[in-house]
Design a binder for this molecule. Structure first.
Ligand code: ZN
Ligand code: FE
Length: 256
């Protein structure tokens, strides 16, 4: 089985669109096409044929390219069963535990509500690649537009159960500002300080900070650590249950 090829396309200032390619079958999926033009250019540059669109959620900066790409390529659009009415051009409705095959590479669907009520993620277990959309960012998480803190915390716990060497392909380059917030509430976290230094180096070199490693997120991302005693102590939240602590940390980020 050939390695899954992943091509990252920066668009709209801080969005990442991904092409996921299986060289044996020639199948190619596009994760969250915010816009069609740069995706068509990338497909042409690579000589790849689009077979699927995988949408993590309905927001326009994740689905804006759906209809044009479907019209031009005839691709199959895969999205959340719970949110089918809001996914433009949806063909295949999926939910927790369903699988999507891109050639011989299989993605498992995870229901991860919180940012939106129907948010899903795609986990390519064998390739150790997680497409987390706007649920988990490097050192951050999505805003709670439609879901509760309880839902988001449960979604993040699903991600936290994945192996440390899982690569996290999130949909935005928000890492710098996320690092500023994380350091403001957890300044003595050595893993966070190491990651912040790495982020500074990458951004100064004009490089993406995404994907990140799940192990680094577990150690440094405050939104995955709402049940960690040292973070609770640092934030004055000792004794709070994880959902309450998570809600408070999310609130502090909202007003940061
Ligand atoms: Zn979004
Ligand atoms: Fe987004």
């Amino acid at each position: 089985m050939a390695r899954l090829e992943i091509h990252q396309i920066p668009v709209l200032g801080d969005n990442y669109v991904y092409l996921v390619h299986d060289s044996v079958s020639g199948e190619t999926a596009c994760v969250d096409p915010a816009v069609a033009g740069p995706v068509r250019d990338a497909l042409q540059g690579k000589g790849w044929r689009l077979s699927h669109i995988l949408n993590t959620h309905h927001h326009g900066d994740h689905t804006g390219g759906n209809m044009e790409l479907k019209q031009v390529t005839g691709c199959t659009i895969v999205g959340s069963a719970a949110d089918a009415a809001r996914i433009p051009g949806i063909d295949v409705r999926v939910a927790e535990g369903d699988t999507v095959a891109i050639g011989s590479h299989v993605a498992r669907v995870m229901d991860v509500p919180g940012h939106t009520s129907g948010h899903i993620a795609f986990w390519f277990e064998n390739s150790k690649a997680l497409f987390s959309g706007d649920t988990l960012f490097s050192l951050g998480c999505g805003r709670l537009f439609e879901g509760s803190a309880e839902q988001m915390w449960a979604s993040l716990l699903k991600f936290r159960s994945l192996a440390d060497d899982t690569r996290v392909y999130c949909a935005h380059e928000y890492t710098n500002s996320n690092a500023d917030f994380a350091l403001s509430i957890d300044p003595d976290n050595a893993a966070l300080n190491r990651r912040a230094d790495e982020i500074t180096r990458l951004r100064e070199a004009g490089q993406p900070t995404v994907p990140s490693m799940m192990g680094d997120e577990k150690a440094a991302n405050p939104f995955l650590r709402a049940d960690d005693d040292s973070l609770l102590a640092a934030t004055g939240l000792t004794g709070q249950d994880a959902v309450s602590a998570f809600a408070e940390i999310r609130h502090r980020k909202d007003i940061f």
